[in-house]
Design a protein around this ligand. Structure first.
Ligand code: NI
Length: 163
């Protein structure tokens, strides 16, 4: 397994729209293993393939404290289940050190393929709902700073460029 480089905002490659995975083969399985290692090394809870400059629709996630609950979402889709929203101070491995409040739907239905390529559905609320929406945004070339005011986004962009 390999720890991969995570693209940092405002790298324009983070704006690439990812394409669907056609077949869950050994290449994809190896990539998923590398993505987990990269996410754990960076102490993150979620990572989209876009962030490691691979533009395929793959997300890895582990919301546990001890990396004991690895989750894989290939070609994920979500459907918003009701109109309630929740606020959360989001961070991102591509924008390290910055946390800002984002409002998102609180209940969604996730449809995706698992790491074996088998389809599954899962109803998500709380942190899982937030995280899957944040990661799917990455696959669309979208970042959590896009939800902030232009001024706030500019400040973060300038500070990130100085790094
Ligand atoms: Ni992120």
């Amino acid at each position: 397994m390999t720890v991969l480089t995570i693209l940092q905002y405002p790298n324009p490659r983070l704006r690439t729209k990812a394409l669907p995975v056609v077949a869950v083969d050994a290449v994809i399985t190896g990539l998923i293993a590398d993505m987990f290692e990269t996410m754990i090394e960076a102490k993150g809870i979620g990572l989209a393939a876009t962030q490691i400059d691979v533009h395929q629709r793959i997300i890895v996630m582990d919301l546990s404290d001890d990396n004991s609950e690895p989750r894989v979402f290939i070609n994920p889709e979500i459907e918003v289940l009701d109109e309630t929203t929740q606020l959360y101070d989001e961070g991102c491995l591509s924008i390290p050190g910055f946390y800002e409040t984002v409002e998102r739907p609180s209940k969604v239905m996730i449809s995706a393929l698992d790491r074996e390529g088998a389809p599954f559905k899962e109803e998500a609320s709380g942190l899982l709902a937030i995280c899957i929406q944040h990661e799917i945004d990455h696959l669309e070339g979208k970042l959590f700073v896009d939800y902030l005011s232009p001024l706030k986004r500019q400040i973060i962009r300038k500070k990130m460029k100085k790094k």
